[in-house]
Design a protein around this ligand. Structure first.
Ligand SMILES: C[S@@+](CC[C@H](N)C(=O)[O-])C[C@H]1O[C@@H](n2cnc3c(N)ncnc32)[C@H](O)[C@@H]1O
Ligand code: SF4
Length: 441
């Protein structure tokens, strides 16, 4: 299977060249003309560490948190000023060569779509979120709201009020399951959800999303439906159903379910959601009324801040170091905390663009053309035609939409991509904060 998928990659990227990540990078990020730019801030702290979770995270430590926040503010400033510097020299025509703070205040801030805080558990830093948002707003104008992840234990009235006052408009709560047996499987403690539901009733947000993990052994569609209804009848207006992904460096005490069982479960759940009139807004997320959304993933370009955060621009992908202390040290040295950078070939970028765009279930040909100045039909017309014949996609006007069958195969591919690309990269980065290079074939 690995050989087959590598062949597909070579075919789609029209090259045998593997993905080559190196530790060389430029001190400047050129994003001034980047459209549809999103922002992501990684907060790696958790109360305790879940064995199944692959993300970059460490146990909460007050002293480390305070150093991390200072470093984060500095990274935002360094990156923010890169755009400002260019803009300033244009605006002021060299009248202020020293680049004082007053000069930066006069530049046009960069418009961005959204800002998401992910983790870890960013809600643990509720007291610092306002400062971080304030720093971001010195350089960026956020157009579509600010999202933040919480553990169910964070969902209390005082914390929600604090987050709302700081400017958070969307929240995502990592429920995993409302059922004791699955929480036990995942090594999580059960809790009193009434506290959480009452807090959500008292403090409202534009989006209240709840995360669940599915494809756990013994889990049926009926059980998932019950969890979804519990969420939607207790102030959630959005749910994310993530298939369990078994990273090589995480652990769990249960056996994985068979692919055919996973496929059946996915089909049953999608049929249930459709019948209830819930709207699928991305491959794993559904909104209750078609209005709410929470999508830290489906962005064409983004800037990432904090340890392990990734940045994706027109021709470049970069990932920050995974080491929290190394991140802080690098920033103190006034250097970007970039660990690895990949320079895309045009075809590699096109494939990456299509992969992430299909995460939202659809791709608009005119947006592809706007991004690459090349028609989607010319670049991948044949492949898209065969995908339609195979029943994976439909086409209406200029829009390609994934079918349920397509979404299952997308998942299959995503699972493979996650396990062979992301798992490999994160495994290396967890061991070595600044690896020399990484080649993914
Ligand atoms: C950063 S956590 C969410 C916030 C908070 N830390 C929590 O756990 O409640 C992001 C989400 O990733 C999902 N997740 C973590 N490990 C996973 C895995 N191995 N497979 C699939 N989803 C996973 C969980 O649903 C989790 O809620
Ligand atoms: S699932 Fe959430 S709480 Fe658990 S380790 Fe991962 S980020 Fe932390």
């Amino acid at each position: 299977m690995n050989a087959l998928i590598s062949l597909v990659r070579m075919w789609l990227t029209r090259t045998k060249r593997p993905f080559y990540f190196s530790n060389t990078y430029e001190a400047d990020l050129n994003y001034k003309h980047t459209e549809k730019l999103g922002l992501y801030v990684h907060i790696p702290f958790c109360r305790s560490l879940c064995a199944f979770c692959p993300y970059c995270k460490v146990i909460y430590d007050k002293e480390l948190v305070s150093q991390y926040v200072e470093a984060l503010l500095q990274e935002i400033e360094m990156v923010g000023k890169m755009q400002a510097r260019e803009q300033k020299s244009k605006d002021l025509k060299g009248q202020n060569p020293k680049g004082s703070k007053a000069a930066y205040d006069t530049f046009a801030k960069k418009k961005v779509t959204s800002l998401y805080f992910g983790g870890g558990t960013p809600a643990l830093l509720a007291d610092d979120i306002e400062r971080i948002i304030h720093k971001i707003k010195e350089y960026f104008v956020i157009q579509e709201g600010i999202g933040l992840e919480l553990h169910p234990l964070d969902v209390t009235v005082p914390k929600l009020l604090k987050l709302k006052a700081a400017g958070i408009t969307k929240i995502s709560i990592g429920i995993q399951s409302f059922q004791t047996r699955f929480l036990e499987l995942l090594g999580r403690k059960e809790m009193d959800y009434d506290v959480m539901f009452r807090a959500l009733q008292e403090v409202s947000f534009e989006t209240v999303s709840m995360d669940f993990i599915f494809a756990l052994p013994g889990q049926t569609a009926k059980m998932l439906e019950k969890d979804i209804e519990t969420a939607f009848s207790n102030h959630a207006n959005h749910v994310a159903l993530y298939p369990f992904i078994d990273f090589t460096y995480t652990s769990h005490s249960f056996r994985k379910i068979r692919n055919t069982d996973k496929k059946n479960l996915l089909y049953e759940i999608v049929a249930y959601m459709e019948q209830k009139g819930y709207v699928r807004d991305s491959i794993w997320t559904f909104s209750k009324d078609g209005q709410a959304n929470y999508s830290s993933m489906t962005r064409v370009n983004f800037l990432g801040f904090g340890c392990s955060a990734t940045t994706l621009l027109k021709n470049r992908f970069k990932i920050n170091t995974f080491g929290v202390e190394e991140y802080i040290a690098r920033i103190k040295d006034e250097k970007l905390p970039t660990a690895l950078t990949l320079r895309y070939t045009l075809r590699q970028r096109m494939v990456y663009y299509l992969f992430w765009s299909f995460y939202s279930m659809e791709v608009h040909a005119e947006e592809f053309e706007e991004f690459f100045s090349k028609s989607l039909g010319r670049a991948y017309g044949l492949e898209l035609f065969f995908a339609r014949i195979a029943g994976l996609l439909t086409k209406e006007g200029q829009t390609y939409r994934m079918t349920t069958k397509g979404s299952y195969y997308y998942h299959y591919f995503e699972n493979y991509y996650t396990l062979s690309y992301i798992d490999q990269m994160w495994s290396v980065m967890r061991k070595d904060p600044f690896p020399e290079k990484l080649i993914i074939k």
